[in-house]
Design a protein around this ligand. Structure first.
Ligand SMILES: Cc1cc2nc3c(=O)[nH]c(=O)nc-3n(C[C@H](O)[C@H](O)[C@H](O)COP(=O)(O)OP(=O)(O)OC[C@H]3O[C@@H](n4cnc5c(N)ncnc54)[C@H](O)[C@@H]3O)c2cc1C
Length: 407
């Protein structure tokens, strides 16, 4: 039986709607406040929902809604720029396959599912400040939005992404996102006439940049991570223009034995998704203060190289709801952090190592290409990966405070 009545969720991206659905299942009313006015149609590129993300969605009965818009990927094939197959990674036996989804489709699927469950999502509500009366008042928290309105709740959950306002409000000294030395691009395009990859995603450590692709019977998708030592914001990258970036990318991949150049050539400038600089935050010291707590990228931003950003946001949202169902604040927040911190920071570290390989300069690339086959053979051992994908959440199991066990 929950100790709180209602929650304010700031941020209606991926973690926000999932947190609201999980809280609803835990008997807690939640309203989501999203800064942007409209939908996310056409916003963002491809994301992966890893087996652990699907398991977490299943814990709150929301997996089917996401499976309906995803493309199952049975394995990830790693290749060198010379076309050599280095390794193949699949989900450990007994776990669901990874899903490839477009962020805009995922956003719509989660918003529709939350709507079907009667959850209110208010748009055009940008949080600017908050007042937490835990210290000497009635134990309520009030969110103030840029349109002059406000909302009160028993707790406030910051699901407002890597540039979280909530994180800064609970800890003005919180770290800022760290640039990974790579710029991100991607697109959906036609794969007609190219060798289909079936239900496998291919990743190429290219001679000059990293390329991921999937060629389906109909639509195909690709993404590129381009080494760029100087940080650039997404707006700065966009100002250079999509047509110019497509030209530069085709040039960068010209020596690689992969369909990169052809897929790039088939991409219309208006279809190019410019993600901007890849970023992460290795560790956020303060996850909660008083009646305020962080989930998703606000607490644990991993770069897209992990393929785990959305899945970890979902896991955290579900675990937080279990903790709030079973424990009073602040024990619930401490238990939640205990369940989550080590796991998410380990994944962030792994992705940072991948980014170093992707961003290697010309000299380091020679060494990387020499060592890569051996490293990949070692990594291809499923035992090394199982911990990441095999994260069962027993929704019904009570959470005891503050513990690292229970999941
Ligand atoms: C526009 C966009 C495009 C993305 N594209 C990609 C991609 O192509 N590939 C990839 O791997 N990852 C992408 N991501 C990141 C990915 O969605 C997240 O890593 C992951 O899903 C974690 O989800 P989250 O809910 O924690 O954060 P997010 O999905 O980032 O959601 C945060 C939400 O909070 C809202 N918000 C921010 N500040 C406030 C505020 N002050 N008040 C109210 N609301 C606020 C944002 O508008 C956003 O909707 C993108 C994120 C965004 C916001």
């Amino acid at each position: 039986m929950s100790r709180i009545g209602n929650a304010i969720i700031v941020g209606g991206g991926i973690g926000g709607p999932v947190a609201a659905m999980a809280l609803r299942r835990a008997g807690i009313e939640a309203t989501v406040y999203e800064a942007y006015d409209g939908s996310a149609d056409g916003v963002g590129g491809a994301l992966s929902i890893a087996p652990n993300g699907r398991t977490a969605l299943a814990a709150i009965g929301a997996e089917a809604a996401v499976a309906a818009i995803g493309h199952p990927m049975r394995a990830m094939v790693m290749q060198s720029w010379k076309g050599k197959r280095l390794a193949e990674f699949g989900a450990p036996p007994g776990l669901p396959e990874q899903l490839l989804v477009w962020r805009s489709d995922l956003y719509r699927a989660l918003h529709d599912e939350a709507g079907r469950r009667g959850i209110r999502i208010e748009h055009g509500k940008r949080l600017v400040t908050l007042a937490d009366s835990t210290a000497g008042g009635d134990g309520r928290v009030v969110a103030h939005f840029s349109d002059g309105t406000s909302a009160a709740g028993d707790v406030l959950i910051g699901a407002d992404g890597i540039r979280s306002t909530v994180r800064r409000l609970i800890d003005p000294g919180a770290p800022e996102p760290r640039y990974a030395g790579l710029l991100g691009f991607g697109a959906r395009t036609s794969g007609d006439g190219l060798v289909p990859t079936g239900d496998k995603m291919h990743m190429v450590f290219g001679k000059r940049a990293f390329f991921g692709f999937q060629v389906g019977p109909g639509e195909s998708g690709w993404f590129a991570n381009l080494p760029h030592p100087v940080p650039m914001s997404a707006a700065e990258v966009r100002r250079i223009g999509a047509a110019e970036w497509l030209r530069r990318l085709a040039e960068v991949f010209r020596d690689d034995r992969s369909p990169a150049v052809e897929l790039i050539r088939r991409t219309a400038p208006e279809d190019l998704v410019i993600t901007g600089g890849l970023e992460d935050i290795p560790s956020v010291p303060t996850w909660h203060r008083g009646r305020v707590v962080l989930v998703g990228d606000a607490a644990h931003a991993t770069s897209p190289s992990s393929g785990q950003g959305a899945s970890l946001a979902v896991e955290s949202a579900v675990q937080l709801a279990r903790c709030l169902r079973d424990l009073p604040v602040p024990e619930a927040f401490a238990a939640y952090e205990g369940l989550r911190r080590d796991r998410v920071e380990r994944i962030i570290r792994m992705a940072a190592r991948t980014n170093s390989d992707k961003a290697a300069g010309p000299a380091a690339r020679v060494l990387r290409d020499l060592l890569m086959p051996v490293a990949m053979r070692l990594l291809a051992n499923p035992g090394k990966w199982a911990w990441q994908f095999d994260y069962p959440i027993d929704w019904a199991a009570p959470v005891t405070a503050p513990a690292r066990a229970g999941a």
